[in-house]
Write a protein that binds this ligand. Sequence first.
Ligand SMILES: [Zn+2]
Length: 171
Amino acid sequence: MLFVADVMLKKLARWLRIIGVPTVFAGDYTEDDDEIIKLAMAKEAVLLTRDKALARKAGDYVPVVLLSSTVFEKQLLQLAKEKRIQLAGFESRTLCPQCGNELRVVGREKVRGKVFPRVYAAHEKFWLCSDTKCGKIYWTGSHWRKIGGTVEKVAGLLKGVKKAAGRKKAI
Ligand SMILES: [Zn+2]
C-alpha cells in the first residue's frame, strides 16, 4: 500500500517512512488540491488528509483516509487501526524519512568525510539513502531510541483500542 500525504501532513509522512510504510509527500510536488488528487491517482495510492473538502472531492477518484487528529501519534494510531499498518519490528523496514526511498546498510568507510568525525568514530554501521540525489546518511544515535519509544507508545495505544473493542463485543 502506498500513501500520498497531503501538504499539511509532512510530519506524518516522515513517520510513516520511518516505520517502513511507503509514503509520498504531496508538498514535494504541488500544493494544488486537484494536482494532489491526480498525484494519488497516478500512483494508485491512498490519500491521507485532514481537509474535509479535499477528502470529499478526492473520494470520487481514490481511496481516502480523513484523519481526525492534529497530533501525529493519534494520526498514526488511526492508520494502524484502519489500514492495519505494522508497527512491530519497524527497524528493519525503515525508509529514508527525507525522500521515502530505501536505505542501505553500509560500513563506516563508505561515509568517511561525509559525517562529523565524532559521529564517524562512535559508530560502525550507517544507513545510506539509495537515492543518489538524496544520499542522506543515518546512524543510530539517541534520537533512534526516542523514535523507538514513540512507536512503542502508539503500539500500546493500539492494544488498548483493540482490548476496548473486544470488551464491547463481549457485551
Ligand atoms: Zn533519501
